[in-house]
Design a protein around this ligand. Structure first.
Ligand SMILES: Cc1ncc(COP(=O)(O)O)c(C=O)c1O
Length: 279
């Protein structure tokens, strides 16, 4: 039995010394942009990508400006077409349908159950009726739906699954971490979330082509080799998303700021490296 959380969601704990020291190092260096690194140096943003990919058990990780940006980038990088329908839970937070709209899509809301999770019968029905290619699943308030049943629906209807794990970082279904069930997992390190860096997002995936496009579209100026958990250079070099015209029309300035990344990384060692209950 794990102990219920007894803290205050709006009065965060202070940051530990390693986080403060790492953020101070960045501030003292004056190199406040993630690509502004000294020769041989790996930015704090890139170190966070490495650490989070390892924690999540994902091949690749992109640290970006917010959880909302992580979702928008994921939709764009996976080839969402203008006006295309994206299935998503009716009970979620505004940044979720907002990310769909920002990526040029059209949210189609799926009902939820009394347990606050997506209603799988309604999902199956709406997937069938709409012929949608996408499901942006928002795992709300720490609750996971039966992910095995959901995966069956995803497979039957050929859906591209992107998980919004802003509320389920570290949660697992039968030992598989939330965020690892589909193409991509999107996380937030905004101050009220599990990792607190003020603002920030993380996008994880095992798909090299997808992650190369995501990194390009996050505002990387083709400096993808300065990322921490990234596909090899040849994946970027053959990706049509490198085309300047595509970057101009689909790219965003969603880079992760290294001082906040330092804070998130510092806290990660303290909080996330504790074993997860039951996993
Ligand atoms: C369920 C959910 N998804 C996504 C987000 C977006 O995260 P961010 O604030 O980092 O953009 C939030 C933020 O509160 C959220 O609660």
């Amino acid at each position: 039995m794990t102990k219920p959380f007894a803290g205050d969601f709006t009065l965060q704990e202070g940051l530990d010394d390693s986080a403060i020291a790492a953020a101070t190092r960045v501030l003292k260096s004056g190199r406040l942009h993630r690509y502004n690194t000294a020769p041989g140096e790996l930015s704090e943003a890139a170190q966070l990508e490495q650490a989070y990919a390892q924690y999540q058990g994902a091949h690749y990780c992109l640290a970006c400006a917010s959880g909302g940006y992580a979702m928008t980038i994921a939709l764009r990088a996976s080839g969402l077409e203008p006006g295309e329908v994206v299935l998503t839970n009716g009970f979620t937070l505004a940044p979720v349908p907002g990310a769909i709209a920002a990526a040029g899509g059209k949210p189609l809301l799926v009902e939820i159950t009394d347990n606050l999770v997506i209603d799988l019968d309604d999902l199956e029905r709406k997937a069938k009726q709409s012929g949608a290619r996408y499901l942006l699943l928002s795992n709300m308030r720490g609750h996971l739906v039966d992910m095995e049943r959901l995966s069956g629906i995803v497979q039957r209807h050929g859906l591209i699954l992107i998980e919004d794990c802003a509320h389920t970082m570290g949660a697992a279904w039968n030992g598989r971490k939330s965020g690892n069930f589909g193409l991509a997992g999107c996380f937030s390190t905004q101050t009220y979330k599990h990792l607190n860096s003020g603002e920030g997002g993380l996008l994880t995936s095992d798909d090299a082509e997808f992650m190369a496009r995501a990194i390009i579209l996050s505002g990387s100026y083709m400096l993808y080799q300065r990322h921490g958990a990234t596909p090899s250079a040849d994946v970027f070099e053959r990706d049509p998303a490198r085309d300047p015209q595509h970057v101009r029309t689909h790219g965003q300035s969603a880079r992760r700021d290294p001082a906040a990344a330092a804070v998130a990384a510092g806290r990660q060692y303290r909080t996330l490296e504790r074993p997860l209950p039951g996993g």
